[in-house]
Design a protein around this ligand. Sequence first.
Ligand SMILES: Cc1cc2nc3c(=O)[nH]c(=O)nc-3n(C[C@H](O)[C@H](O)[C@H](O)COP(=O)(O)OP(=O)(O)OC[C@H]3O[C@@H](n4cnc5c(N)ncnc54)[C@H](O)[C@@H]3O)c2cc1C
Length: 442
Amino acid sequence: MINRRGFFGASAGAITLAATTPGALAAPTILNSTTEIMPKGKAPRVVIAGGGWGGLSAARHLREKAPDAEVVVLERNPFFWSCPISNKWVIDIVDSAYLMHDMLAPARKYGYKLVQTEITNIERDKKLVRTSQGTISYDYLIISDGIRDAYDVWFGNDQKAIDHTKLNFPSAYIPSSQAMTVKNKIRNFKGGNFVMTLPPPPHRCPPSPYERACIIAWHMKTNKIPGKVIILDPKPRIMPIGGGFKAAFDELYPDIIQYVPNAGVKEVDPFKKEIKTAAGDFKFDDAILMPPHQAGNMVWSADLIGKTPDGKPTNWAAIHPTHLHAQGDDSVYIVGDAMGAVSKQFGHYPKSAHVANYVGKIVAGYIGERLAGKQVTVRLPDNLCYMLVNGSPREAISVQFDYELLPDGTIKQTQIDIDVRTPDLLEEDFKWAKRMFTDFLV
Ligand SMILES: Cc1cc2nc3c(=O)[nH]c(=O)nc-3n(C[C@H](O)[C@H](O)[C@H](O)COP(=O)(O)OP(=O)(O)OC[C@H]3O[C@@H](n4cnc5c(N)ncnc54)[C@H](O)[C@@H]3O)c2cc1C
């Protein structure tokens, strides 16, 4: 039985603050959560569950690829917050306005509907999504709800330990109130051991915890804060861009960063500030505790989590590797970090904004082709990531992934690490972000 962890619990009579027509914010009304949010007309309807990197990309491109379809995005947050570049925001290289974006503006510009609501359940047998404001039916559903922090892997059902960890040692790997807490935590750190636990792979943006470690170390070095950043990595070595990060750790922060490989977490006591790992036990003064990542709750609710050969959940959506719809249900697509493995060679696509944006575009094309009665033309994404390792001078390293469809139908990955840190790569990062933001935002 797949653990759905009591998907949210729909609240009847929720307050509505929805823009149910492009660009228009409806006056607050009380709705019963069984009310239909908007009746379905004759046009085929694509509902997008989750308006982050993958969901908003799919919405924008669907308007071009499937001009006759009605496109509705369901998103809980009032504005778009970019996790990419957020490590740089921690040390004020960019300000909040750089990361925070208006979501009604792209809805208006591209002509899709945006409803601000909490999705509470997905009933595939009825082709229906339940939300805190009511229900909505679909012809095609795109799930793009990102990841969830699986604290229960560490703490079981010890809710006190989970709550204490979320409150005191959050990671801000999901757009939420945690971002400001993490920024303040780093800036207010007075010294001692600052521990970072990394999740086991696959997890969201694999190189970004190392980037964050460099940023914390740089902040400590420049402000003469005594102490160490201890990276507890379950992997045997730094990856990706291992050479570039190792050079930065050794050359820029030799007395500050302590990298501990093979340090899978065995036990966490957030009250005593102690962690037991496969590589030894550690005490901390402050920490960013990243539990294992799993596909977001919607994939669990829709019963689309894959299974291992011995019947255990893979924790990620089971998808067709090239057509990208859910295994066993071609009316549902999964986009972004929630996607499961696509290849025997490398497993998952990197869980990155670049891939989420690209796959959103690909899936929009697939749905457009299917609605037009055409054969689907298989397309593959690529991936690009830039990571800041030095604050002065500002220098970054990067990684690129390319994909190729082999004649036997499998997907091959090629990885290119750029380990030499340069200011140019940071410039490239800002150009990348601008390209992305102008692709699906305004
Ligand atoms: C610190 C950091 C740095 C990063 N740097 C990079 C980088 O440099 N380059 C890069 O490519 N990637 C980077 N990433 C990774 C990137 O942020 C993710 O891979 C990307 O956001 C995945 O897109 P997504 O659409 O799958 O998920 P998200 O962007 O998280 O979108 C999911 C959306 O679903 C919504 N949602 C979830 N549940 C519900 C619900 N029940 N009801 C309503 N709405 C819901 C959420 O509010 C969210 O808006 C970074 C991540 C972090 C944390």
